[in-house]
Design a protein around this ligand. Structure first.
Ligand SMILES: C[S@@+](CC[C@H](N)C(=O)[O-])C[C@H]1O[C@@H](n2cnc3c(N)ncnc32)[C@H](O)[C@@H]1O
Length: 274
């Protein structure tokens, strides 16, 4: 008979979920991103890169996939949050072989201050560099990335644009076993400050509200390119997501171009050459 002492408490799906695993499953696509890095680097530099630094690394999943890709690859993952790095050490790093573990380094530090060995690729993905709201801070960050790259290295940033950046909205997407909700909760049309949240909803109706929250400045591709040049980069290239000409559906394919129509939402990459 169940008594107050031995009764197992009922746990919802939300209670049992791990927000970092949900984030990796719903937000990140490291293999796609690393393919883009490999292919673009080969196009521009004529070789496959080996050394990579991942800024704002979070769980460092991209760095883990990078060292698995080729025996010659090395990765440095930088994040200033000890909790997320501890999670990485508990969940992602153990999935690497002993040999792969020798080729990855996790560093707890602020990307504005960290000093690392020079690398061929420096990636800052998922718009985390938009945490920097002041132009002077963005310039300082780009200068630091320039110093961290070998002379024929490349910086990879992602970027988004279009009228939907400048408004509040919610976007829902089904992922295996849960729903991912992206909420742009507040937008300040004077400062361009955007407050966003990620929520997760489960089939048993339980929820993790505000699993992750970010306050970003919405930067434009043009002004970012200008700041990159000011920081000492010699050239920048924007790769814009392609759209199906008949359906207007966004495609997983990017072209180097300065042309963009007034898309409601477009994703892209900025690649900068030292
Ligand atoms: C949205 S997550 C990005 C995770 C991953 N890079 C991705 O592509 O999804 C943002 C991460 O940036 C880290 N972060 C924010 N500001 C930082 C800074 N100045 N220096 C180092 N890490 C920072 C946070 O701790 C958080 O783990």
């Amino acid at each position: 008979m169940a008594t107050a002492e031995n009764k197992t408490p009922y746990l919802t799906m939300a209670d049992q979920a791990d927000r970092h695993l949900l984030y990796q499953a719903s937000v990140q696509n490291p293999d796609f991103e690393l393919d883009f890095i490999d292919d673009t680097f080969k196009d521009i530099r004529g070789r496959k890169p080996k050394s990579m630094r991942e800024d704002f690394a979070g769980t460092a999943i991209s760095s883990c996939r990078w060292v698995k890709r080729r025996r010659s690859n090395t990765a440095i993952a930088v994040d200033f949050d000890p909790e997320v790095l501890a999670w990485s050490k508990q969940h992602n790093i153990p999935k690497l072989t002993a040999e792969q573990k020798q080729r990855i380094e996790l560093i707890e530090d602020d990307v504005l201050n960290v000093t690392t060995d020079k690398v061929e690729v420096l990636q800052a993905y998922n718009f985390s560099y938009w945490f920097f709201q002041e132009r002077a801070t963005m310039l300082a960050y780009f200068k630091r990335t320039r110093e961290a790259l070998v002379d024929d290295g490349l910086l990879f940033l992602d970027v988004f644009g279009g009228s939907e950046c400048y408004q509040t909205q919610k976007e829902k997407r089904k992922v295996d076993g849960f729903k991912y909700i992206w909420e742009q909760a507040e937008f300040n049309a004077i400062t361009n400050e955007l407050k966003c949240h990620i929520h997760f909803h489960f089939p048993d109706k339980s929820k993790i509200k505000k699993a992750f929250s970010y306050t970003w400045r919405v930067w434009g591709a043009r002004e970012l390119r200008e700041i990159l040049m000011e920081a000492g980069y010699s050239e920048t290239i924007v790769y814009r997501q392609k759209f199906d000409p008949k359906t207007d559906e966004a495609l997983d394919d990017y072209i180097a171009t300065d042309d963009a129509e007034d898309y409601a939402c477009w994703l892209g990459y900025i690649v900068a050459k030292p």
